[in-house]
Design a protein around this ligand. Sequence first.
Ligand SMILES: NC(=O)C1=CN([C@@H]2O[C@H](COP(=O)(O)OP(=O)(O)OC[C@H]3O[C@@H](n4cnc5c(N)ncnc54)[C@H](O)[C@@H]3O)[C@@H](O)[C@H]2O)C=CC1
Ligand SMILES: O=C(O)[C@H]1O[C@H](OP(=O)(O)OP(=O)(O)OC[C@H]2O[C@@H](n3ccc(=O)[nH]c3=O)[C@H](O)[C@@H]2O)[C@H](O)[C@@H](O)[C@@H]1O
Length: 435
Amino acid sequence: MTRLSVIGSGYVGTTIAACFADLGHGVINVDIDQEIVDTINDGSAPIHEDGLAELVAEHAGPNSTGRLEATTDYEAVLDTDVTFLCLPTPQNGDGSIDLSIMEAAADQLGATLAAKDAWHTVIVKSTVVPGSTEEDITPILESASDDTAGDEFGVGMNPEFLREGTAVRDFLNPDKVVLGADDDRALEDMYSVFDPLIDQSDAPVVETDTRTAEMIKYANNSFLASKISLINDIGNICKEFGIDAYEVADAIALDDRIGEQFLRSGVGWGGSCFPKDTAAIRAAARNKDYEPAMLDAATEVNNRQPDRLLSLMDNHVDVAGKQVAVLGLAFKPGTDDIRNSRAIPVIEGLQARGAEIVAYDPVAIENMRERFPDIEYVDTPATALSEAAAALVVTDWEEITALDDEFDAMSTPVVVDGRRAIDRRDGIVYEGLTW
Ligand SMILES: NC(=O)C1=CN([C@@H]2O[C@H](COP(=O)(O)OP(=O)(O)OC[C@H]3O[C@@H](n4cnc5c(N)ncnc54)[C@H](O)[C@@H]3O)[C@@H](O)[C@H]2O)C=CC1
Ligand SMILES: O=C(O)[C@H]1O[C@H](OP(=O)(O)OP(=O)(O)OC[C@H]2O[C@@H](n3ccc(=O)[nH]c3=O)[C@H](O)[C@@H]2O)[C@H](O)[C@@H](O)[C@@H]1O
């Protein structure tokens, strides 16, 4: 059992804290947000993730194992041996990484660790561009603590590959565990934290240095985002030829070298990570005078898909002054997260056309209302479809894939599907984005 502190209690921080508590460690979550801290200490999960509420209730709050606690006080790290940094790494206006939150937290953590004589290991979990841990975060920790990395404290980098919506399952069943460390003692500490997970999941371990660990994360996300963009490019070609891109994808997936995952073509990738991380690594490459042509193209294909969806609609109906249903607002099913959701450019495109937008999502309406306060939001997809001149499918929620005769209530039944969520049927004019 290791005593851990986890700084930042969002999607990643809360998930790993609850999972590590479940694996037997004693864990303290540190966050600046008092509401998040209170929620965890009450035994509830501050975010919606399958299985997380149960884990937090089991280990935090009344009648729990007591292995998980939360606080706003950085001093709590002094009762632990290892600290994970799970803080946001947003992007600047030019796409490059904004490390200011990481830097502020490293400064506060270092100042706190100044009071500790015993060895302590700090592990960067956030996604940071190659060199950040070694050249940015470690020097801040050193100057704030007045200690030397490798002698008085250790630093590691451990990228995270979990997905929103399946965070707990992904964390407990990783395809790999990447342990980046620049000194042996930090690596040892990382093993003491990860051994129960490695034993339980049988995941392969990649031991490396911190900058390679950082790059592995970007390579992973870049590859997956590019894979989707490539199938979208192929899908757009298929559409021009009247070929079903899904039939093509099913066939190429039989080649083990390609595989079946992340081959669903459509309106493109969104979320808090693929757009941000591809932008950050492209900016970092450019900073080194390298033009990342593939990643630029992957981004361009992604940016074009919402326009293609709207053009397919334009081929059938002029929506100026007419009602249009937007079905799905979250960046993917299973989450209320709308960050970089493809629904955003779709709504902007509809606004530019003068359409009256009626939007439906089972859980993401309140988040989208903050972004677009003036469009209409409704509780059921049927209400969105009633009297609509067109419907655009952006997220493949079950509630949307299950739609059937609700389309009969449209004024002109034009359905443009960005996720292959709806079956072609009599009575509707159906356009699939790539099929
Ligand atoms: N969301 C995801 O699925 C994944 C995210 N990542 C990476 O993990 C990192 C964290 O991402 P999320 O968990 O999604 O972020 P998030 O935005 O959900 O959570 C960050 C938390 O940090 C807290 N915070 C901000 N400043 C703080 C400070 N100075 N001290 C203490 N707490 C502070 C915030 O209150 C918030 O609760 C990012 O680098 C992201 O790219 C990596 C893999 C998956
Ligand atoms: O770095 C991160 O934060 C995470 O980013 C992604 O996870 P996530 O953004 O939660 O969601 P994904 O399931 O990967 O979906 C991303 C986007 O791609 C789209 N997508 C996905 C798969 C597909 O075949 N087609 C497709 O368009 C989804 O609709 C969604 O908009 C990665 O899958 C995680 O491994 C990684 O840890």
